[in-house]
Design a protein around this ligand. Structure first.
Ligand SMILES: [Zn+2]
Ligand SMILES: [Zn+2]
Length: 412
């Protein structure tokens, strides 16, 4: 066990809480231990580390006035993330600086890690990560809705509100969707447009790591709602990744008879916990189709099939799962340039509705956070691990090996 804050920090324990776990529980003892880092807190009259933490000053260093750099993950290319010392951003007009409480790993980040870029979202070298919640440490001029100390979830994008698509209520298709990255860091700048349109107050009883699920949950809710399900419908979800499981859970909560089609044991177990009525576990598409249809009356097929893998083969599979008059939602985005072969006869003469839901809208993001706050949504089931920012490379390497982890909360 570390005897001083300095020892604790040298051993990689960068947060005040982990220092406190080491037995130093007041600012005075931290200062006595040989570091003047928390002087600023004392000067402000906050005598305990806990009260500093509640103000959003979560690291020992951030308690130092005038600190100008922070640790952040910088993506340099394929499978190359480096934790670097970079300037702490300052809030310009309309912006917020948020102390990251938790940043969640996501399938999109994993794709970016593997490919080294994302055509729409990120071009290296760049700050990285987009699912986060935290505490406001600085509000720029003109920000009325938020102040230092507020707990917030800031979404990864915001629409312009003015283009053809925004005016039609299809903000997910905005011609000028603004993306924000940099959640794997101690602090993140939230651009003015995201502050104005897609930053939400987190109720006190909701842990920040749960609130950080707002973004993926909004995508899942959007996909589910777009599929037009009614209570009692049978709905098959292909894919046991975080989003597949989330859609499955949303469907089960809405009273649907949900069938999970997954490959791995951990995914099957998670699907059951999240309300799947049946789990079809196989790596064979033929088998998945046969077994899923066998779960419906007279092998009729499911009312709705949602593909949440993002592979052309799985898109084709989804079409084979639905009954006459059913709906298919191609929810998983495939790699650029890929194509599918679909049976036109089946689509036409079986009167099948094809949809392909993308992203989220501000209204859906609000509904997603409400769902998390209400407590029926099992947020804790989606966060299967915790890691420090320094461990980010290892976390992604592990995710690439298809471990049973759903999401890891990265705590800076
Ligand atoms: Zn995400
Ligand atoms: Zn727009």
């Amino acid at each position: 066990m570390a005897n001083t804050v300095k020892d604790a920090i040298l051993r990689g324990r960068k947060t005040v809480e982990t220092v406190v776990e080491g037995g130093l529980d007041t600012v005075e003892t931290v200062v006595e231990a040989g570091l003047n880092t928390v002087d600023a807190v004392v000067v402000k009259g906050r005598r305990t580390v806990e009260s500093a933490v509640s103000l959003g000053r979560r690291t020992v260093e951030s308690a130092l006035l005038g600190r100008s750099t922070m640790q952040a993950a910088v993506l340099h290319g394929r499978e190359d993330i480096r934790i670097e010392e970079v300037p702490i951003p300052k809030a310009a007009v309309g912006e917020l600086i948020v102390r990251v409480g938790a940043a969640l790993t996501c399938g999109t980040d994993l794709k970016v890690f593997r490919r080294g870029y994302h055509a729409r979202m990120i071009v290296p070298p760049a700050l990285f990560g987009h699912e986060l919640a935290g505490t406001v440490v600085e509000a720029g001029d003109g920000v009325a809705a938020f102040a230092a100390g507020n707990r917030v979830v800031a979404l990864n994008s915001a629409p312009c509100g003015q283009c053809f698509f925004c005016e039609r209520g299809q903000e997910n298709l905005c011609d000028d969707l603004l993306f924000n990255n940099g959640a794997y860091a101690e602090f993140i700048r939230i651009p003015a447009r995201i502050v104005a349109k897609n930053t939400l107050h987190v109720p006190d009883h909701v842990p920040l790591e749960h609130a950080a699920l707002t973004e993926p949950l909004a995508c899942a809710v959007h996909g589910f709602e777009d599929s037009g399900a009614r209570s009692g419908d049978t709905i098959a979800v292909i894919g046991g990744g975080p989003l597949g499981l989330m859609i499955l859970h949303v469907a089960a909560l809405a009273g649907c008879h949900a069938i999970a089609i997954v490959k791995h044991d951990g995914q099957a177990e998670a699907a059951r916990q999240l309300g799947a009525a049946h789990v079809v576990q196989t790596t064979s598409i033929r088998k998945a189709v046969r077994e899923t249809r066998a779960l419906t009356e007279k092998n009729r097929g499911v009312d709705i099939a949602i593909e949440a893998v993002g592979l052309p083969d799985a898109w084709e599979e989804a079409l084979e799962l639905v009954r006459k008059g059913g709906t298919v939602n191609f929810f998983g985005g495939c790699a650029l340039g890929t194509h599918v072969n679909l049976d036109t006869n089946r689509i036409h003469y079986s009167d099948i509705t094809l949809r392909s839901t993308f992203h989220h809208t501000p209204a859906i993001c609000r509904r997603a956070l409400d769902m998390i706050a209400e407590g029926r949504f099992q947020a804790q089931a989606f966060i299967t691990g915790h890691a420090h920012l320094y461990e980010l490379n290892r976390v992604f390497e592990k995710l690439m090996k298809r471990s049973s982890e759903i999401k890891t909360a990265i705590v800076p």
